[in-house]
Ligand binder design. Structure first.
Ligand code: NFS
Length: 569
């Protein structure tokens, strides 16, 4: 799914290169040139458009490639690449690996669990280091590489007197155009003629993350809130492309005045309005969608917007993380590696993944993040794990509740202890950060040497499993909450844990209790520190930091109870 999304991004870039995508352009030329370098596309004496066309075509060719290796594998540490080659799991082409997996799992084909699981790793690597990484890169080229921006979370971002359009799904293309067109004077006038004071675009799930991190467009919520938000009676249009759209969405919308608008040629919902996106006619389609939302505004009945809103600092791309550690003159990962080596930062954790209706919404996400930062673990989040954002955890103020060493580093650099890195395809940014930490020096030579973990506490989607698998195949200890889909087999459970650890240095485990997830994460981080012969983690060493200033507005106890920031509009 993420790779197929990446394919669409490549097609849009090709259309831009051909001059056939009105409304779109190359926004980040520096990134275009860097990506051209990764893909072997010549840049000398060539126009932006020529390079864009070739980058798009080369990216697209990665999907249909039959032989060799994906070009982006070279972005992994050397040692990691060798492990993949030795295991024969270096992906050849993105589509080829998916097709082969479908073949091998057909009746009567591959009948050795360990062997099938190797192909599972190969497919997932194609997804992480191929489709997702290409998707992230092309999104940055077309819409800009994110840098920190102020955003806001939760239902309070809806506006009572405006036309509210919720952008839900995954692709940033149409979403970007809707944001631009919402400022069109004719459409604003049209909205006024229907009694609205403006047009308010808000995000949800991963499309929301894309808009949030590039423009600070407010984020109404994550996966489990996508039906609930319509009950506010204030959502004129729920615009969805594909993935993570609740199957009862249209049925729920029929109780309110909301129009569900599907936009992808790949996904329709019975009863919903289908306005298909085509990047050759982008602005026209974006306008039609906004018009449809405006026409719905007069049908409003009872409106109740829950009065919750939280500010957040978001948009930490891997480029910005390098930049913030030395500016453009000497950007690097040295300060971060040093902080981990001397124990100010104990380790790092990526908290990612979905919400799941089988568990209390956001509870595990929020508690795990709180406990990790308290224990000096730097946290990065993506996807619906931005749950922490709704609880005020993506603000620098939260550093007051971080452990003393982590707090010192955050104060020195001026960052929150929880860094928002974007949507789920942007887990590829985490792969890049891990590679850069591993090759910077001082923390071993490979991703599996790093004191780091990946966690998806409330996962539900197949996509999350793929992410967990490519993290494990890349050498990361990955812990999923909820239930294990392979719990029925002790042997397979062992294979993806100890078995994969022997092969790749990473492993995938399932643990339903969030407290145990924290315990296992810290134990793993400490074990990796020991293996690297780093100083033993000692929070007392940094507790005397002169910069430390206790929170004067909240007690730590309140923070632990989760009371600490929910504020009203
Ligand atoms: Ni990721 Fe995005 Fe959310 Fe889960 Fe779904 S929105 S791609 S799959 S539910 S984090």
């Amino acid at each position: 799914s993420h790779s197929d999304h990446g394919r669409n991004m490549a097609l849009t870039l090709i259309a831009v290169g051909e001059g056939k995508a009105p409304g779109f352009q190359v926004k980040d030329e520096k990134k275009l040139r860097r990506v051209a370098g990764y893909l072997g596309v010549p840049t000398d004496k060539r126009t932006t458009q020529e390079i864009a066309l070739d980058v798009g075509k080369t990216a697209l060719a990665e999907f249909g490639k039959q032989e060799g290796e994906l070009l982006y594998l070279k972005r992994a540490p050397q040692k990691r690449q060798e492990i993949w080659r030795k295991l024969q799991i270096a992906p050849r082409g993105i589509d080829r690996e998916v097709t082969e997996a479908m073949h091998r799992t057909t009746m009567g084909v591959d009948q050795d669990a360990e062997h099938i699981l190797l192909q599972a790793m190969r497919v997932s690597l194609a997804d992480g280091w191929g489709g997702s990484m290409l998707s992230t890169d092309i999104s940055d080229i077309l819409f800009g590489t994110p840098t920190p921006v102020m955003g806001a979370f939760n239902f309070g971002v809806l506006q009572e007197d405006q036309v509210n359009i919720v952008i839900h799904g995954h692709e940033p293309t149409l979403a970007e155009l809707i944001v631009v067109m919402a400022n069109d004077p004719d459409l604003l006038k049209y909205a006024e003629s229907k009694g609205a004071k403006g047009i308010n675009v808000v995000g949800m799930c991963c499309s929301g993350n894309e808009l949030l991190m590039r423009h600070g467009v407010p984020m109404a919520g994550n996966f489990l809130q996508s039906d609930l938000i319509m009950a506010s009676g204030a959502v004129e249009a729920m615009v969805v492309d594909y993935q993570c759209t609740m199957q009862g969405m249209q049925a729920a919308a029929e109780h309110y005045h909301t129009r569900v608008i599907t936009t992808s040629p790949k996904a329709k919902i019975t009863g919903a309005t289908h306005i298909e996106f085509d990047d050759h006619r982008g602005p026209e389609i974006a306008k039609l969608i906004i018009r449809t939302a405006i026409d719905t505004f007069p049908n409003r009945k009872k409106v109740h917007i829950p009065n919750y809103i939280e500010p957040a600092i978001v948009g930490f791309s891997h480029e910005y993380i390098a930049y913030m550690q030395g500016g453009s003159y000497r950007e690097s990962f040295r300060p971060l590696n040093d902080a981990i080596m001397n124990g100010r930062i104990r380790g790092a954790a990526g908290v990612a993944g979905c919400n799941n209706p089988h568990t209390m919404h956001d509870n595990a996400h929020v508690n795990i993040i709180k406990e990790l930062i308290k224990n000096d673990v730097l946290v990065v989040t993506t996807g619906c794990a931005i749950a922490g954002g709704k609880h005020g955890m993506l603000t620098p103020e939260v550093m007051e509740f971080a452990g003393p060493g982590l707090r010192e580093v955050c104060q020195a650099i001026g960052i929150p202890p929880v860094l928002h890195m974007g949507s789920c395809v942007d887990n590829s940014r985490i792969l890049t950060v891990l590679s850069q930490c591993a090759t910077e020096g001082g923390l071993g030579e490979d991703i599996s040497d790093l004191p780091a973990v990946g966690i998806a506490p409330e996962w539900m989607s197949e996509k999350a499993l793929t992410i967990g698998t490519y993290l494990a195949a890349s050498g990361v200890y990955t812990i999923f909450g909820m239930d294990s889909p392979v719990a029925g087999s002790k042997e397979v459970t062992r294979m993806i844990s100890e078995g994969w650890e022997e092969k790749t240095g990473g492993k995938l485990e399932f643990e339903a209790d969030w407290r145990k997830i924290v315990e296992k994460s810290l134990a793993h981080i400490d074990a990796k520190r020991k293996a690297l012969k780093l100083e033993e983690y000692n929070p007392q060493r940094y507790a005397q930091s002169a910069a430390y200033r206790p929170a004067d507005y909240l007690s730590e106890d309140d923070f632990r109870k989760g009371k600490y920031t929910l504020s009203s509009k």
